[in-house]
Every structure is written in C-alpha cells, then in structure tokens.
Design a protein around this ligand. Structure first.
Ligand code: ACO
Length: 504
C-alpha cells in the first residue's frame, strides 16, 4: 500500500486514486485478487450532506451483495472452471474419480488431500463404518417428530441433537483451541468427529426415512460398503440374507461421489461461517444441512420431477418450452451460477441413469425428460443464455426409479455433502494463522440517530412491511375457531369451525 502510482506496466498491483481526497494508492495483487482490507486505509473526511453512518473517516468499505465476487479464504480442496465445465477434487478430474474411485475413497481425498494407500483406506473405512451406530436413546428423538415431518427437518435436527453426546469433543467445554492446536491429540479428536459424522450421516438419514414409513429402525450392518449399508438400513424388512442390489449400490455411490463437494456454495459457506466461532462440528454441519434444505440449493432435483409430472408426456414439451420462454415457467435442472457451458457431473449422472434403468425399468418420465432436454438444447433461447442441464436434471429420475420419495431427494444430497463440509471445516481449523471469526460488514441505510418518543405522542407508522398483522385477519373472520386439518398441515391451510382460534 501507499506506493506511488507510477508502478511499471506489468507489475502485480492495482493503482487507485481516491477522487474525494486526491490521494493515490497502490494495492498488491496476489493470486489475481486484492485484499478488501487494503481499501480500509482509504479514508476521507465527511463531506457536507454525507450520512455519519457511512463512516468515511474509518475507511472505504467493499460491498458485495450475495458474495458474487468475494473470495473469503484460500482453499486447496475443489476447483471449478464454470466456463470450461471443469470440476476437480484436489486436482483430480471428477470424470476420473467417478470412473475409478468410490465415495469413501474420494472422501479421504477431499478431507486429507491425497488418495489413500490400501492400508490407509482400510483404516478410514473401518473407522467410518464402526462409527455408524448411534446411541439407542436417539430412537426416542426420531419418534418425537410428526408423521409428516420433512426428512430434511429431521436430519438437520438430528445432527444438532447428536452433537450433544460428545462433550469430550466440544470446544465450548474443552477449550476453544480443541480443534485448532494441530497437535497429535487435537488431530485425533478431529478425526474421530469426522468418522462419526460421515458414519452416522447415513444412519440418521435412514432413520428419518423409516420413522415416516412406520418401520422399525435397523442397526447398521457389517460387511457392506458405505452406500450398501445405507440402502440396507433404508430397505431391510426382515428378509433372510438381504443384500442391496449391487448395480443400485454402485449407482448411488457414484451419485454420492459427485455430490461430495462443490467448493463454496451456500451450505459450505454456512458451515464455515458457523465454524468460525469455533463451535463443535456437529452444530456446524447441522447449520450447513439447514442451508442445503432451501429450494434454491438442495431442492432442485425434487423440482425437476414435479416439473416433468406437470408436463406429463413428450407431446406437451413444445408448449412447456414456449411457456418458459414467456417466463411463465422455469426449466428446473437447467442453468447454473457457475457452469456456463455444461455441468460435467450431468454427463456422468446421465450414464448412471441408464445403468439404473436396466434394473428398475425405465421411469415413465424419462421420455418426457429426454424430449425436454433435446428441445431445450436446440432452442435459441437456451443456447443464447448458455443454459445446459445441471446435475439435478437427471439425478431426480434415478432417485425416483430407486423408489426414494420426492422429499427425500435433498437428504440424498446432504448425506454425501457432509464429506465436503468436513473437508472445509478441517481446512479452516488448521489454516495458517488460526481461525478468524467471520464477521461481514454492512452498509447501514436505516434511520440516523433519533430520540425515544413516549407512547402517547407517537404517530402510527403503517404499511404492509411496517406493521405486524393479526394472523387471523389474513382472510379469516375473527371470533371463529380455525383448526388445522390433518390433511392440510403441509400447505398451512386452516379449516374453519365455530368458536375461537386454535393453532398448534
Ligand atoms: N429456465 C429458464 N430460463 C433460465 C433458467 C432456467 N432454468 N436459468 C436461467 N434462465 C435465464 C434467466 O431468466 C436469465 O434470462 P435473461 O438474461 O433474459 O433475464 C438468464 O437465463 C441468466 O440466468 P440467471 O438467473 O442470471 O442465472 P443465475 O446464475 O443467477 O441462476 C440458477 C442460476 C439459479 C441455477 C438458474 O439457472 C435456475 O434457476 N435454474 C433452475 C433451477 C436449478 O436447476 N437449480 C439447480 C442448480 S444446480 C445445484 O444447485 C446443484
């Protein structure tokens, strides 16, 4: 900072002149990035009419709503080139990993940085499978949910709940540097939490499924692969020598591997934001799971199926495409914030779908999906906007063919993503210079200082976003009972009955 502006052309710096003060600054460019804190040195006296809340004397702020161009850390885990359709885990192309590796081997790679040897993998796999069993008391916890609870709500809560079992691995109880020391003991506690979280993710997910089906819970079996054990825990119904279908087990493993990480998306960022306070990893992963639950993130695979059902048959595709172009509809499973040519995962998922359909039979929606895909890929609207199928376009069809309920699809995204979240968490805990709590800035545009007004002297401020409404005025007459009907709990509709207002 502070070098003269006449830095030679080609030097790795940015020359900035603050026209408020006439001062010039030279900001270093490192790895094609500039540090936002360098701008903090650019202060200016408050100009006439400038709001005091703009704090010009305290330095320039950098604003970036939605993190569109802010790098919040240095990472060695995943690289994406959205223009070229490239995805690499620790340098390895996703296509090679999907073909040659397994979800657990890739988990080792993502978390520890290199592919394991045979014996390293054996230890890792054994530890994870060994830690898949959960305390029997947890069964009561699962049974406390309503029959129609969304499985992501159950999984999110269960992850947070289970964290309460490990007081010896909780920085709030054992000291804030429990995971940041980097010594042998600290790394061992960290590994154990990693084994537990990956091992128990499938168990919790299967329990979330079974409790809604009214099935007894199943103890994780021995001798099966990670995805084999998961399918067993989901589907076992007392059959003798039951083993999951190996083709479906392999297909799910490939899907898990493809979903294991995707650098700093909303949920990984949530995990890191939460972890930056040095909370225990179960709590941080639960927060990531909550973020993934949102329809803009983990729910697109489910939306694709709803869309295909609404289209119904290939003959209706042209009308649907026209509706998309008129912006009356959205083509779910197409487009991506990062990938502007193609999502490399979508090709692998498409191939995996063919393998699955050989076992399950073709899904009745496949023809419609293919007609939709082909029509969109030829249409100028989609070509011009660089809209191609993303990973969710085909994955929902596979999950459906395998018999998973629609609302379980985000769980099938969350379980493998636990791996990526943990890789980011571990990297953050061990990063050079320690952990800095994530505390973004804001641009305060609210009221400037004002004095408290006694209640009798106030003038009512009204407006739809300014005043809370009585909930029973939303289309209902007050003075009558509104009781939630069993059938309408999910859509939050209410049934009227005489008397007073009743809600859960
Ligand atoms: N259908 C129709 N039009 C689309 C679609 C789509 N699926 N996606 C983008 N567009 C259009 C936009 O309307 C916009 O058109 P305009 O420039 O004429 O206004 C243009 O393409 C650019 O789109 P943006 O919204 O700027 O792209 P952005 O990067 O903000 O959004 C997103 C990406 C959210 C994924 C978007 O493409 C979308 O909504 N897709 C459907 C939902 C989906 O499949 N999500 C899963 C993503 S993958 C994942 O999370 C694993």
């Amino acid at each position: 900072m502070g070098k003269p502006l006449d830095a030679p052309l080609g030097s790795n710096s940015l020359s900035v002149r603050d026209n408020r003060t006439g001062k010039s600054y030279s900001i270093p460019i490192v790895d094609n990035s500039i540090s936002a804190t360098d701008f903090k040195a650019m202060s200016a006296p408050r100009a006439p009419g400038e709001r005091e809340e703009n704090e010009t004397e305290k330095g320039l702020r950098v604003s970036d709503k939605g993190f569109l161009n802010t790098a919040v850390l240095r990472s060695e885990i995943t690289f994406i080139d959205g223009d070229a359709g490239v995805l690499r885990y620790r340098g390895y192309p996703i296509e090679q990993l999907a073909l040659e590796s397994s979800h657990l081997e890739t988990a080792y790679l993502l978390i520890y940085g290199s592919l394991p040897t045979k014996s390293q993998f054996q230890v890792f796999q054994d530890e994870i499978m060994h830690h898949s069993v959960i305390h029997a008391d947890a069964e009561q916890f699962f049974r406390s949910f309503r029959y129609d609870a969304h499985p992501m709500a159950i999984l999110t809560s269960a992850l947070a709940y289970l964290g309460s079992y490990y007081s010896q691995a909780n920085p709030s109880l054992q000291g804030q540097n429990l995971f940041t020391k980097g010594d042998k003991a600290s790394l061992a506690v960290m590994d154990k939490q990693i084994y537990r979280l990956i091992g128990k993710a499938t168990t919790l997910a299967a329990m979330a499924y079974r409790v809604r089906q009214g099935r007894e819970f199943v103890t994780p079996p021995t001798g099966l692969s990670y995805t084999g054990s998961f399918l067993y825990q989901m589907d076992y119904l007392g059959q003798e020598n039951y083993v999951p279908n190996p083709v479906l087990e392999k297909a799910l493993d490939v899907l898990f591997l493809l979903h294991a990480d995707h650098e700093l998306n909303a949920s990984a960022t949530t995990v890191l934001q939460t972890s930056s306070s040095l909370v225990d990893p179960f709590s941080a992963i639960a927060a990531g799971c909550a973020s993934l639950y949102g329809p803009l993130h983990g729910g697109a695979n489910e939306a694709v199926i709803r869309m295909l059902i609404s289209i119904g048959k290939p003959e209706n595709v042209p009308a649907f495409i026209e509706a998309v172009k008129k912006r009356e509809k959205v083509l779910s499973g197409f487009g991506h914030r990062v990938y502007k040519t193609s999502d490399p995962r979508s090709f692998i998922v498409r191939k995996t779908a063919d393998e699955v359909f050989k076992i399950t039979g073709k899904d009745e929606l496949l023809e419609t999906a293919m007609a939709l895909h082909d029509a969109a890929m030829k249409d100028e609207y989609f070509i011009k906007r660089k809209l191609a199928p993303n990973v969710d376009f085909w994955s929902g069809l596979i999950y459906r063919a395998m018999g998973f309920p629609n609302d379980f699809f985000p769980v099938l995204f969350a379980v493998p993503r636990v791996v990526g979240w943990l890789a980011h968490w571990r990297q953050m805990m061990l990063q050079t210079g320690g952990v800095k709590i994530w505390r973004p800035r804001q641009i305060y545009v609210g009221e400037t200082k004002r004095d408290y007004v006694p209640v009798d002297e106030r003038i009512a401020v009204v407006g739809p976003k300014k005043t809370p409404r009585r909930w029973n005025t939303l289309g209902f007459q007050s003075g009558r009972i509104l009781r939630r009907s069993r059938a309408s709990t999910q859509s939050c509709e209410f049934r009227r009955v005489a008397g007073a207002i009743v809600s859960r």
